[in-house]
Design a protein around this ligand. Structure first.
Ligand SMILES: C[S@@+](CC[C@H](N)C(=O)[O-])C[C@H]1O[C@@H](n2cnc3c(N)ncnc32)[C@H](O)[C@@H]1O
Length: 349
């Protein structure tokens, strides 16, 4: 599957997952798969139940709000309530809306959501959804007004988060290089805020960048799907790549380390985290990974093959295969993530 086609399909998948009544499956997957990795990333970034210092965290490519939800669960209310704040940004308006709904329904505190494209960390055209108690959040980004430099490219750098996180994001952000490397100088109050990397540019000096991606050896959902497709009585290709963007090699720990070191970050720490994800049964697998099956078929099957073997037939075959393989019961999948953290020097870059 070409990476461009893969990226486009994946974006369609995330958007569709919210348009459909598939929301529950999306949140179930987020809880079982994305949350453990987010928790591991936060630990490596020095944030957890023991945290006593308030922080300002910008969760970039926040998806359904996994990092914010973990922070609500982990951080002592007094620390969150003090001067901490969480900004959740994603370029998908549907996901931003979902996070806002979660924040309201689940009573999250000190959380703000905003439509932000990680490739430009730009708030242009964004909608702000402040949680009521947070209207005067330190993450409030003032509109520079017409005629200023920022009108061309509003700037997030005035918020100075102490932490910028991106859980399972860089390997699917369409232009992940742009998300790290700013191509032009951005100005703020007539001062250049530089051509330092985009995700890093917004960090306060001494702040922490934390990210996760899937490792090249991640089995995840693909191992089950590949075994099922291989059992079909017709040719059913199932190539799966952990990265859908063209630039870089995000599933490779050595590449990730070098990419961060080359940007003069300090205390670069790259690790892997393997964990088990329980699947309740064959039906649960199909409901949870139906979007990924669509993605594989759209990217790797010919139109004729897709016409001849429609999705209902394919889903039924996968269900039958897994029923038999796991004897009608539950099983565990093995997921492996890359976890990376680094610090912006106190003096900036
Ligand atoms: C695999 S999901 C991970 C979501 C979330 N961080 C989590 O832990 O579940 C990748 C996310 O990246 C977002 N994304 C992709 N390209 C983006 C971009 N250019 N700017 C902001 N978000 C982007 C998608 O909308 C999606 O929510």
């Amino acid at each position: 599957m070409s990476s461009t086609k893969g990226a486009a399909e994946l974006q369609r998948f995330f958007t569709k997952a919210l348009a459909d009544p598939k929301r529950d499956a999306l949140l179930d997957g987020a809880r079982r798969i994305c949350a453990p990795l987010a928790a591991r990333m936060l630990t490596q970034a020095g944030i957890g139940a023991e945290t006593t210092t308030p922080f300002k965290l910008f969760d970039n490519a926040c998806g359904p709000g996994v990092v914010a939800s973990e922070l609500q669960r982990l951080i002592k209310p007094a620390v969150l309530q003090q001067q901490s704040s969480i900004l959740c940004g994603d370029f998908s308006p549907q996901l931003v809306e979902l996070v806002q709904q979660r924040a309201e329904h689940e009573g999250w505190v000190k959380t703000e959501t905003k439509q932000i494209d990680a490739q430009v960390c730009d708030t242009r055209g964004s909608r702000t959804h402040p949680v009521p108690s947070l209207v005067s959040s330190p993450f409030h980004i003032s509109d520079p007004g017409p005629g200023s430099d920022q009108e061309q490219r509003p700037c997030l750098c005035n918020i100075h988060p102490s932490h910028v996180t991106t859980n399972i994001g860089f390997h699917v952000i369409p232009d992940s290089k742009a998300a790290l490397d700013v191509s032009s100088t951005v100005t703020h109050k007539d001062q250049p805020c530089v051509s330092t990397p985009e995700a890093i540019r917004v960090l306060k000096p001494g702040g922490t960048l934390a990210l996760t991606t899937w490792h090249h050896r991640n089995a995840g959902w693909a191992a089950d799907l590949q075994a099922a497709f291989a059992s079909f009585p017709f040719d059913a290709p199932c190539p799966v790549t952990q990265q859908t963007t063209r630039w870089g090699d995000w599933p490779d720990v050595n590449w990730v380390r070098k990419a961060l070191e080359q940007r003069s970050l300090e205390r670069v720490q790259v690790d892997v985290f393997a964990f088990l994800v329980s699947v309740d049964g064959a039906e649960h697998f199909v409901a949870g990974f139906e979007g990924m099956m669509d993605w594989v078929m759209a990217g790797s099957w010919s139109e004729e093959a897709r016409k001849e073997h429609g999705r209902e037939e394919v889903f039924g075959r996968v269900r039958d295969f897994l029923e038999e393989k796991y004897e009608g019961g539950a099983w565990d999948q093995t997921w492996i993530g890359v976890v990376a953290t680094a610090r912006l020097p106190e003096g900036g870059l």
